[in-house]
Design a protein around this ligand. Structure first.
Ligand code: GDP
Ligand code: IMO
Ligand code: MG
Length: 431
């Protein structure tokens, strides 16, 4: 198989960064296709920690082309800062190794301000718990045809016209929120200053992807967030503002769907969520606390504590379907070490009716009571295991039961944050 898409199959933070980094050894091009710096992808290589937000996780390995596709929303100042931070860790980043699609919409300061003002004004029940990075307002501008895109930075007249169009929309909105109007001239000046630094990386990503594909190069598409945060298939409205599922990989860089040979779903061995919204298997007891502590469940981007709960097989079966997942990478198995009994959600009870999926209506989601199956735990350590032979029998049984319940095989297993603490079962890139 030539090209692999990696997608989160829960509510994000499944360990996509670690797995993309691990797989990037086999790839020539690593492309981000949606989301922005709301993402936080952590890589640990020989105890050295790298935290990536908008940069593809393949950038650390070196010698690969990293791509930021048009499906991404990009904060230019934040990206340049991230490049500096990662460079300071010894990683080489240059226009030869990083390419940004010219048709990528830019996140501007007023997007973040609007995002945060809305969240502050929201009451319980309407608050999303966003990352406050301006992601939603920027995607709104893209669809509203008033976004400023990377290519607009190259021509001052176009840039000024685009800013004026954006202000026509944003100034009245800001007035309603009690915010001052945008300082047009200062914004244009800021954009002119940042332009050359961004434009040095800009190019026709769709064309380069097509050439790479024809040349038989291997492409690794890196998703951000997780399928349950997808704008269409997630727990709406408590979602992010982009399509997260695998189909977006093609649209988000400008390549045909036929370019996707294998979809790898990244699945945490339990469940976490940051921000508001339904979470049927959430634990607000000692078990939940233990998962959070053992799993160090604090957000890479915002530092917020993640909500924790048992593995929800019904939800993952659902996300494997919407993304057409061929195999999963089961991560953080080690966090389950030492539990006497583990619970797996196999479906829901909705007003006396058994469901094997989470319904779409918010009120029904709230009434869904998880139906659990008990699975025996293990007392041995799986931390750092690098082969099946290192796993206790009950850990293997847990993995096998997960595979049966989600109707999808395990291709990779991860047993610690370290790059090499990974067990390969089936190579997603294999022909
Ligand atoms: P992403 O957003 O999907 O890339 O995931 P994050 O990086 O936000 O969160 C996953 C966290 O779990 C990071 O701190 C990783 O270093 C860590 N991690 C990844 N795989 C494993 C694993 O198998 N075991 C443990 N204990 N930690 C892991
Ligand atoms: P990675 O790529 C976990 C969540 C936010 C909030 C909702 C909307 O690291 O898995 P947004 O700022 O996108 O408008 O927030 O989505 N969210 C994430 N949760 N991991 C992420 O990314 C997330 N990106 C956004 O917490 O609930
Ligand atoms: Mg993350």
């Amino acid at each position: 198989m030539a090209n692999v898409v990696v997608v989160g199959a829960q509510w994000g933070d499944e360990g996509k960064g670690k797995i993309v980094d691990w797989l990037s050894e086999r790839a020539d091009v690593i492309a981000r296709f949606q989301g922005g710096h709301n993402a936080g992808h952590t890589l640990v290589i020989d105890s050295k920690v790298y935290k990536l937000h908008a940069l593809p996780s393949g950038v650390v390995r070196g010698g690969k082309l990293s791509v930021i596709g048009n499906g991404v929303v990009l904060d230019p100042w934040n990206l340049l800062q991230e490049i500096e931070t990662i460079r300071a860790q010894g990683v080489e980043i240059s226009p030869e190794t990083l390419m940004i699609a010219e048709n990528t919409p830019l996140i501007l300061p007023y997007h973040g301000e609007l995002d945060r003002a809305r969240e502050e004004a929201a009451s319980k029940g309407t608050k999303i718990g966003t990352t406050g990075r301006g992601i939603g307002p920027c995607y709104e501008d893209k669809v509203g045809r008033r976004a400023i895109r990377v290519a607009d930075l190259a021509d001052h007249a176009t840039l000024e016209a685009r800013v004026d169009r954006a202000l026509q929309h944003h100034d009245p909105l800001r007035k309603g929120l009690g915010q001052p109007p945008i300082d047009r001239d200062a914004l244009i000046e800021q954009l002119k200053q940042v332009a050359p630094n961004i434009l040095q990386y800009a190019g026709p990503v769709w064309k380069v992807m097509s050439e790479k594909r024809k040349a038989g190069k291997r492409i690794l598409f890196e998703g951000a967030q997780g399928a349950l945060l997808d704008i269409d298939f997630g727990t709406y409205p408590f979602v992010t503002s982009s399509n997260v599922i695998a189909g977006q990989a093609a649209t988000g860089v400008g390549i045909g769907p036929g370019a996707i040979d294998y979809v790898l779903g990244i699945v945490k061995a339990y469940t976490t969520r940051v921000g508001e919204g339904p979470f049927p298997t959430e634990l607000q007891d000692a078990d939940g606390q233990r998962l959070g502590e053992r799993g160090h469940e604090f957000g890479t981007t915002t530092g917020r504590q993640r909500r924790c709960g048992w593995f929800d097989a019904a939800l993952v079966r659902q996300t494997c379907a919407t993304s057409g997942v061929n195999g999963i990478s089961l991560t953080k198995l080690d966090v389950l070490d030492g539990f006497e009994t583990l619970k797996i959600c196999v479906g829901y009870d909705l007003d006396g009716t058994r469901l094997d999926y989470l319904p779409t209506a918010t009120d029904q989601q709230a009434r869904c009571v998880p139906i659990y199956e008990d699975v025996p735990g293990w007392s041995e350590s799986t931390e750092g295991a690098r082969s099946w032979a290192d796993l206790p029998a009950n850990a293997i049984k847990y993995v096998r039961r997960v595979e049966e319940l989600i109707d999808c095989p395990v291709a990779l297993l991860s047993t610690s944050p370290e790059r090499e603490d990974t067990i390969l079962v089936t190579d997603p890139f294999a022909d």
